[in-house]
Design a protein around this ligand. Structure first.
Ligand SMILES: Nc1ncnc2c1ncn2[C@@H]1O[C@H](COP(=O)(O)OP(=O)(O)OP(=O)(O)O)[C@@H](O)[C@H]1O
Length: 246
């Protein structure tokens, strides 16, 4: 067994995942994420981005392979320990906004903080601050059903950032946003992550979104691919770029 390198906050080695119905998810992915890094996991639909984020965050267990967080093995933790880790250290943003319909906007954004034991008053202050930053502060007392889909997604992003998680897993976080909103929200997210030292693992199929990250891990069919740029050849022979699956 390989030991995780000291300078990686999150480290995965040879992750293999098969879905319950036998569909292949991951075919041996290894990667490391440094503290404070914004890492994009890119790839087309079905390439395994969501599955990889699920394995890294302890939401699902890979059948083979290892995941280490701060030198602690996540792959051998029981379900309760993984749940505590996700609640106390990790944040998650889904591509489709899911909010508690019975709570108003600030209560939704404050929820993870309160689950961690923060007082209601302090959680409310932090939630309102993040809602303001994401231009949704005016809706703090509304219920989710009164908001547009793109506004609900901003609430989800505020909810994920408010507790300043050690690692934020963002799965296509701007999918429900209009193009015009996208870059503002992404910049708010990445600026917030950098200023608060939040490590981000960002799944995206969009090259513009991936460009905001420090580094990109491209996936194809559940495998990490490395793009190899071949040396220039004469125009008549054309140029080629090929990808190797490892
Ligand atoms: N719950 C599931 N049951 C069976 N197969 C699944 C399940 N979820 C995903 N898959 C399959 O696993 C593979 C990887 O899917 P995954 O959702 O991780 O990819 P993705 O890159 O995140 O794609 P997308 O952008 O569409 O979400 C795909 O072939 C997909 O069809």
């Amino acid at each position: 067994m390989e030991a995780p390198p000291d300078n990686d906050m999150l480290w995965a080695h040879s992750l293999h995942f098969t879905h319950r119905d036998g569909s292949p998810g991951l075919g041996g992915v290894s990667l490391g994420v440094r503290e404070g890094e914004i890492l994009a996991v890119s790839g087309p639909r079905g390439s395994g981005k969501t599955t990889l984020l699920g394995c890294l965050s302890g939401l699902v267990s890979a059948q083979r392979g290892e995941v280490w967080f701060n030198s602690v093995p996540v792959h051998s933790m029981g379900p309760m320990a993984r749940e505590r880790l996700r609640r106390d250290r990790f944040g998650w943003i889904d591509p489709v906004p899911a909010l508690v319909p019975e709570l108003n906007v600030w209560e939704n954004a404050a929820l993870p903080l309160m689950l961690r034991g923060t007082s209601r008053r302090r959680a409310k202050t932090a939630a309102l601050e993040w809602l303001e930053r994401l231009d949704i502060g005016d809706h703090a007392h509304k219920r989710p059903h009164e908001l547009r889909q793109s506004e609900r997604q901003r609430v989800c992003i505020a909810r994920a950032l408010a507790p300043a998680p050690a690692v934020l897993f963002a799965d296509e976080p701007t999918a429900p946003l209009h193009r015009a909103d996208r870059s503002h929200v992404l910049r708010t997210l990445t600026t917030a992550a950098r200023s608060h030292g939040i490590t981000v693992v960002l799944a995206t199929h969009d090259a513009e979104t991936a460009a905001l990250a420090d580094r990109t891990v491209p996936l194809l069919d559940g495998r990490h691919v490395h793009t190899v740029h071949l040396p220039p050849v004469p125009e008549t022979e054309g140029r080629a770029t090929c990808s190797l699956s490892v």
